[in-house]
Design a protein around this ligand. Structure first.
Ligand SMILES: O=C(O)CCC(=O)C(=O)O
Length: 301
């Protein structure tokens, strides 16, 4: 009886987040972002692709080729890795050191993850915006959205080794496969702030085509460590975000299954997660801008 009452209350409050819409959305869109997130995200992308206005597009022919290649890859797979620093390595190191100094108490607190959210981060280390302002990155984002954009969130994260007896079958820090529950118009930009190799716990991600297959057939929720090991070819299907400090991964994390991996003992991963949405010019890249409409559609990362 209680179950029926709870369901009815929840359904009346937020029908699209309940049965049957959750299941329909999974089957139809092939991701677990949610019905509202898919409907809103698609409409927003279409609107800006038709009517959007870019802000600036200064780039030479060589860069334009790179931009086109990147945008095509994002359209086809939902992922694009640039395994070279997108700003000078000295600047990446300077930014990381400034973050470590500003938030050293939190970072050395213990625990397996440290997080600094947008407001604190941009207030004390405004240089983090440099990654988005790099000409190449800026042009890729605008070409993908066909419009200017804004930064909805920019978060610093540090992840460390988790001993097996703690890990067992638990999710410690986004280490279960999942799609983010945000509007699917979101484009995520992950930035490595240290050199990341196989052993540093890189982000793992699966293309949106393969994600569709998995979600429609084998995956329903974020509840187990590796629910579809049998259906995923590790070499072919999984992109690992490996690269030097300053390398970046573009990812449609609402449409691509992804997870954190666990660093080896003694290894630490420092990185930024930047969330972007289309916006008409003028662009906002000097601060985080919270679009009032998006507020109603966000779920879990
Ligand atoms: O830590 C990672 O590599 C993955 C993070 C993640 O899943 C997320 O931000 O949605």
């Amino acid at each position: 009886m209680m179950k029926i009452i709870d369901f009815t209350k929840g359904f009346l409050k937020n029908p699209l987040a309940h049965w049957p819409f959750v299941n329909l959305s999974r089957a139809f869109y092939g991701n677990t972002a949610g019905a509202k997130q898919n409907l809103y995200g698609r409409a927003q992308l279409q609107y800006f692709r038709l009517l959007g206005k870019k802000d600036r597009s200064g780039s030479n022919a060589r860069q334009m080729r790179k931009v086109t290649e990147a945008v095509q890859r994002i359209h086809h797979t939902g992922l694009y890795l640039i395994d070279k620093p997108v700003i000078a390595t000295t600047n990446v190191i300077r930014i990381r050191e400034k973050i470590e100094l500003a938030f050293r108490d939190r970072i050395s607190e213990g625990g397996y993850i440290a997080t600094v959210d947008s407001n604190e981060l941009t207030e004390r280390v405004p240089e983090v915006m440099e990654f988005v302002r790099s000409n190449l990155i800026c042009n890729i984002i605008q070409d993908f959205f066909k419009s200017a954009f804004h930064i909805d969130q920019i978060v610093y994260r540090m992840t460390t080794y988790v001993p097996d007896e703690i890990l067992q079958d638990k999710e410690i820090y986004s280490n279960f496969w999942h799609c983010d529950s945000s509007p699917t118009s979101e484009l995520a930009l992950f930035v490595n702030l240290v050199d990341v190799d196989e052993n540093t716990g890189p982000t793992n991600a699966i293309s949106k085509v393969k994600t569709k297959l998995l979600v429609r057939k084998h995956f329903s929720e974020r509840n187990s460590f590796d629910p579809f090991a049998a259906y995923v070819d590790d070499e072919r299907d999984v992109t690992r975000f490996i690269g030097p400090a300053g390398s970046v991964l573009f990812a449609q994390t609402t449409r691509c299954l992804h997870r954190a991996s666990i660093p080896d003992p003694g290894k630490v991963r420092h990185w930024l997660s930047i969330r972007l949405y289309p916006k008409n010019a003028p662009m906002v890249t000097d601060r985080v801008y919270k679009d009032p409409v998006l507020r109603y559609t966000h779920g879990r990362h």
